[in-house]
Design a protein around this ligand. Sequence first.
Ligand SMILES: NC(=O)C1=CN([C@@H]2O[C@H](COP(=O)(O)OP(=O)(O)OC[C@H]3O[C@@H](n4cnc5c(N)ncnc54)[C@H](O)[C@@H]3O)[C@@H](O)[C@H]2O)C=CC1
Ligand SMILES: O=C(O)C(=O)CO
Length: 325
Amino acid sequence: MMKVFTTRIIPEEGLSLLQRAGFTVTQWSEPHEMTPAQRVQFCKENDALLFAGGDKLDRAFLEQCRHLKVISLLSVGYDNVDLKAATELGLQITNTPGVLSNATADTAFLLMLSVARKAFFQHKRILKGDWGFSTPTSNLGIDIEGKTLGIWGLGNIGAVMAQRCRAAFGMKIIYCNRHRNEAAEKSLDATFVSFEELLQQSDVISVHTSLTPETKDKFNKDTFRKMKPTAIFINAARGGIHNEPDLIAALQEGIIWGAGLDVTNPEPMHPDNPLLEMPTVAVLPHIGSATSETRNAMSRIAAENVIAALKGNPVPNPVNHLYNL
Ligand SMILES: NC(=O)C1=CN([C@@H]2O[C@H](COP(=O)(O)OP(=O)(O)OC[C@H]3O[C@@H](n4cnc5c(N)ncnc54)[C@H](O)[C@@H]3O)[C@@H](O)[C@H]2O)C=CC1
Ligand SMILES: O=C(O)C(=O)CO
């Protein structure tokens, strides 16, 4: 009987699919990470790995997994995997695209509105017993209605964020992407702009690219300086895309107005991070896709990738070919 190991407890939908397909499934159920040695051991004892969590899967680890029929990621992001090494070693890697776009875009939307209205900060004031004496000039946020949203990375999630913002707030949509997306331009009335124009014209910038050598640290001292002093920066993609010390400085010096982060660098964020005390900042602990419906759907897709690989069929969601993008 073929054996599958999952690096976290996975939702019921994916688990029961694997079991109904006749595989023996072992799950890591401890509330902490396994050691690297345990991970290698589990890999050796199984035929497929269903990988949840952002740990690095580097060449040294992958070399010990050559016998696996697939490493099925329970995520759309694959930046934690050395895809070049995996491909050279003949290891199939798969992901779970599409099903988490709505939930993740909703998280970006939640952050945008929370920053604009300083919601997390106001909540913390109440917790501290500081409801305060309200005046017509206190507790002011900013309106989102009619403002310009700049999407960096108009793929699956970026397109949903744009659609939500256009429908809810009549925002003007501009975007910068590796390729023009003419369908989205029509349906969202979106305008394709250069990265420089995106920085200069956006009231809100929402980042939805993958993390690659090209996008790493793209938001830094220099790029924040090109943004409006009233701008809000949202990142629900990967923390490595912004330079965190530069973001802190940009907010402290009033170079930009606010930031909403579902992803940080590093994760977890240290509780003493100054971002957590700033009124115009909202931080979430990487919960972009964390709804019951979405995580169930992700587990189903991840299980389908495992089942296809173990039955010798083409996997529905391969990512090996993306390593040079
Ligand atoms: N916060 C969270 O929990 C989640 C975060 N994510 C992150 O969001 C990312 C995007 O996910 P999807 O929208 O599903 O992927 P996608 O592949 O549909 O979209 C990514 C878009 O970014 C563009 N892009 C990539 N590099 C670029 C560059 N250098 N310049 C301009 N555009 C570039 C691509 O052309 C593509 O249109 C994932 O890679 C993942 O890291 C995804 C799901 C949940
Ligand atoms: O899918 C991803 O890439 C995530 O970050 C978690 O859903």
